[in-house]
Write a protein that binds this ligand. Structure first.
Ligand SMILES: Cc1ncc(COP(=O)(O)O)c(C=O)c1O
Length: 419
């Protein structure tokens, strides 16, 4: 029973405490219990708690657009706030479809996603996702997404050109006039545990999409808002998607928030033709917008994007020193403060453990016993098998706290996996 959280520490009713190495679900970006956020939320509740977007605009929405807009790698960006990452992706898919319909491209509806993707748990987002355990009970509703290979340097020797050719071939097979969008996480998150694409991957994929009139949706729900050491992960490669989705770190958990952010001319086109029939009770919530603007302020004021990059290097070095030679550690990887250790039964073949061994779950439990939360990935090979642990603490973590997190994680690994 958690009763209190401050900075990177969560305290339970019985007095035990944990370092929040997982930032909840890699969501807490600025740390817990920030006085600025308490003030922002309470002022917003007192001033204008809620109005519906079909009836009113609000100052907090305009303020968020002004602060966040220049940081988003989307041309003339327009922001559509919702309540979480799944909703942000649903909104992106519907916007892509609406845009094509508005332009008379009535057949464009297919979404192409990647193997091992995670885009959320609502029906459309789950269909774009490729995690067998999450899909299993709902398969009769799914199956409308086309899939291209994951980009995973550790397990796949494909070059950027190979990936781009596969996407190109898939679009041509489907018929470009039927394809609405390609969606992908710039750095894989919940399923493939911070797997990185090969060099040149993102510019090459973006070029294929442009050539075929397919909208590029970058799902930055986990990677956005500084997590990887850039404001958005696509900034590492200078790519400007048509739509970027965010969530998690955008509100740091102070409010349930997702953001769908699209190119201005896409928004103008659907507005002009009235094709984007979409919205929720809590879309454009004044408190959510106020929280996100306050989070942007803290990230900028405290230089947390730069800290994420710097601390990411520190984490990579420490994890490699401590675990790099372990007989069951296949890979240590990531960008910024999205770091992962992937565990294998055999380092030479990279064969994973049998899922029945529940390696990721056991390491997570051992870390919890040692006072550390981490994020288990239980299908890190291909969305079906494979064990990894993600470390994604608040970007405000101190050097000392990060070192202690790594010490506890290493202890947990050694507890569970004898060499
Ligand atoms: C990349 C990505 N997209 C979408 C989602 C879904 O977000 P939410 O759980 O807020 O609906 C997640 C959640 O883990 C995610 O990592």
């Amino acid at each position: 029973m958690a009763v209190h959280a401050d900075g990177c520490t969560i305290t339970a009713a019985d007095g035990r405490s944990w370092l929040d190495g997982a930032g909840g679900a890699i969501a807490c970006s600025i740390g817990h219990g920030r006085a600025e956020l308490v003030a922002a939320v309470s002022d917003q509740v007192a001033t204008l708690d809620y109005v519906h977007a079909t009836q009113f605009e609000s100052a907090s929405l305009h303020d968020l657009a002004e602060r966040l807009g220049p940081l988003v790698p989307v041309d003339d960006v327009r922001i559509f706030p919702v309540s979480g990452g799944s909703e942000a992706n649903e909104s992106a898919f519907k916007l892509a479809r609406s845009y094509h319909v508005a332009r008379g491209d009535l057949d464009r509806h297919v979404v192409i996603a990647r193997s091992g993707a995670y885009h959320g748990n609502s029906r459309g987002a789950l269909d774009a996702s490729d995690r067998a355990a999450l899909r299993a009970g709902y398969e009769p509703w799914l199956g409308h997404t086309s899939r291209v290979p994951a980009a995973n340097r550790y397990r796949d020797a494909r070059s950027a050109a190979d990936h781009a050719n596969e996407l190109d071939r898939r679009i041509v097979e489907l018929g470009p006039e039927r394809v609405a969008a390609f969606v992908a996480e710039p750095v894989a998150g919940a399923t493939l545990a911070a797997a990185l694409p090969p060099d040149g991957y993102w510019p090459a994929m973006a070029e294929v999409c442009r050539r075929h009139g397919v909208l590029l949706i970058a799902d930055e729900v986990m990677t956005g808002f500084g997590r990887t050491g850039r404001w958005f992960a696509v900034d590492h490669w200078g790519v400007r998607p048509d739509i970027v989705t965010a969530g998690k770190g955008a509100s740091s958990g102070y409010w349930p928030l997702g953001l769908m952010m699209a190119r201005g001319d896409i928004a103008d086109t659907v507005t002009e033709h009235g094709t984007f029939v979409h919205g929720f009770t809590w879309s454009h919530h004044p408190i959510g917008a106020r929280v996100a603007a306050a989070v942007v302020d803290v990230i900028e004021r405290d230089g947390l994007v730069g800290r994420a990059e710097q601390l990411g290097r520190r984490a990579q070095a420490a994890l490699t020193d401590d675990l790099g030679d372990h007989a069951h550690v296949g890979d240590v990887r990531g960008l910024g403060l999205l770091r992962a250790v992937e565990f294998v039964a055999d380092r030479t073949t990279t064969a994973p453990f049998d899922r029945s061994e529940r390696v990721a779950e056991r390491i997570t439990a051992a870390a919890f016993e040692r006072g550390l939360t981490v994020y288990p990935c239980t299908s890190a090979v291909d969305g079906r098998v494979g064990d990894a642990i993600l470390l994604g603490p608040p970007l405000s973590v101190t050097d000392e706290e990060l070192d202690l997190m790594i010490e506890r994680l290493v202890g947990a690994v050694v507890d569970v996996l004898a060499e």
